[in-house]
Ligand binder design. Structure first.
Ligand code: EPZ
Length: 428
């Protein structure tokens, strides 16, 4: 398992362009099963999650090539609606293949994706949404078999604005007969990107980005070429890294509107942020101020995916801050590891009380999930001394060679891949 070794205490500086958005590319790749032919998707980062999605599509019969940051995907020969269990286990988000596969084949076989380090990750809203469109759901063991001779437009109200459920229902509705309305829909930019991709292929969707999305079913789609939006969470990660190291960083290929809640938080902490067109500049010259209370909520409020990152900044702030996590029940796994680096954090239910300290100290820490791991890297950049981050594969799910990104900004960070000790003498 790879490790990252970081020599902390050096302010980040320099300019870097942001990768394409993982959480936009994944549903867009899944949605490609709705069209028969070859699509070209630009700005798709090389990530473990993307590789898993491409492997699933290959298993279903597609031809998929990922050259640079462009994916060329030919779905013509896709023949199977069975998502392999082993691949589903590697990436639970493959659950949003249900909608497109159901629309294309009239059935889909998936497996309970199960929970993960950050929470239970239920899929009830996905299943009830598909049932509303006419699907039948059968469960045997951990296998879910979903069938629909015909999908018919319906009114779907989500009890929670689930991102994945919104995307799954949208995709299932594109080729359904009649109109589908999703109310209390998730409003994330990745859903707007999915709408724009589908409409570029001839779908008729309006409302993405608001809480009501309307889909008029069409007969078929036509392949297209499409460029994915920038990754707002990678953008936010680098903004916080610049702030936590008292750095001066310029980010290109960004969409400032997609990180407006973070910009507001960082300005409250005293960080200088300027945003023009697709450029964000971060200047941090003083110790950050504590922030009385930050609550994670669905977009456009402060995103859960940046909770662990901003917590790192607050561990160094002048005063006490409170961070409340309302989306995932297990998203404080980074707290214990940050405490081992000298942070002073107390957790009570879904609230973290963070008393700022003057500095963090390097330590050997373990990534438990994607954004917790990214937070430990940022903490290592800000800490005094050496930090070793283990279980780096979690981080590779969402950041395209994070050590290269940070080295470009002047960080002292290297990746170590342990070589199996083939000299070892077998026991016995
Ligand atoms: C998406 O996950 C993102 N993943 C997550 O990013 C992100 O944290 C999350 O949205 C919230 O913004 C991708 O887009 C691939 P949800 P998703 O459905 O769709 C509950 C990252 O770090 N829920 O909005 O799974 C669920 O338990 C990842 O890049 C139900 O109860 O999120 C959770 O508490 C992590 N029933 C809450 O809703 C359902 O049927 C939010 O889940 C579905 C969800």
């Amino acid at each position: 398992m790879d490790k990252l070794v970081i020599e902390g205490g050096k302010p980040l500086s320099g300019t870097i362009a942001i990768q394409g958005a993982k959480n936009a590319a994944l549903p867009i790749l899944a949605a490609s099963m709705l069209v028969c032919g070859t699509v070209t998707i630009d700005s798709v980062p090389k990530l473990l999650d993307i590789e898993v999605m491409l492997n699933i599509l290959r298993e279903l019969g597609c031809k998929a090539d990922h050259i640079g940051d462009t994916v060329v995907l030919d779905t013509t020969l896709a023949h199977s609606p069975h998502v392999p269990e082993t691949l589903m286990r590697q990436m639970r988000s493959s659950i949003f293949l249900m909608g497109p596969l159901l629309a294309r084949f009239g059935e889909v076989h998936v497996y309970q994706p199960g929970g993960c380090a950050i929470g239970e990750r239920k899929i009830d809203l996905h299943l009830t949404g598909l049932q509303a469109l006419g699907a039948t759901i059968m469960e045997s063991g951990n296998r879910i078999i979903c069938k629909a001779d015909k999908l018919t437009g319906a009114e779907v109200n989500l009890s929670f604005p689930s991102v994945g459920a919104t995307e799954n229902i949208m995709m299932a509705a594109v080729l359904a007969e009649g109109r589908t309305t999703i109310s209390n829909a998730a409003r994330e930019p990745e859903i707007q990107d999915l709408q724009n991709y589908l409409n570029a292929m001839g779908a008729r969707i309006i409302g993405a980005g608001t809480d009501t999305i309307t889909i008029e079913g069409v007969e078929s789609l036509t392949p297209c070429r499409y460029k994915v939006i920038p990754d707002r969470i990678v953008t936010g990660t680098l903004m916080v890294a610049a702030a936590a190291t008292r750095g001066h960083v310029v980010l290109q290929n960004t969409n400032p509107a997609h990180v407006s809640s973070l910009i507001h938080v960082l300005r409250r902490a005293g960080v200088q942020i300027t945003a023009d067109d697709d450029i964000i500049k971060v200047n941090s010259i003083a110790r950050p101020k504590a922030i009385e209370r930050i609550v994670t909520s669905p977009y456009p409020a402060f995103p859960t995916d940046l909770q662990s990152l901003v917590m790192v900044l607050l561990t160094l702030a002048d005063g006490v801050s409170i961070m409340k996590e309302t989306i995932f029940e297990g998203r404080f796994k980074h707290v214990g590891e940050l405490s081992r680096m000298g942070a002073d954090i107390r957790v009570d239910m879904n609230a973290a009380f963070i008393r700022g300290v003057s500095r963090l100290y390097g330590a050997t820490v373990e990534a438990t999930d994607l954004r917790a791991g990214a937070a430990l890297v940022v903490a290592g950049l800000a800490a005094q001394g050496r930090t070793v981050v283990e279980q780096v594969h979690h981080i590779d799910r969402g950041y395209d060679q994070i050590e290269h990104m940070l080295t470009r900004l002047g960080a002292r960070i290297s990746r170590y891949t342990p070589v199996p000790d083939d000299r070892a003498v077998p026991n016995g």
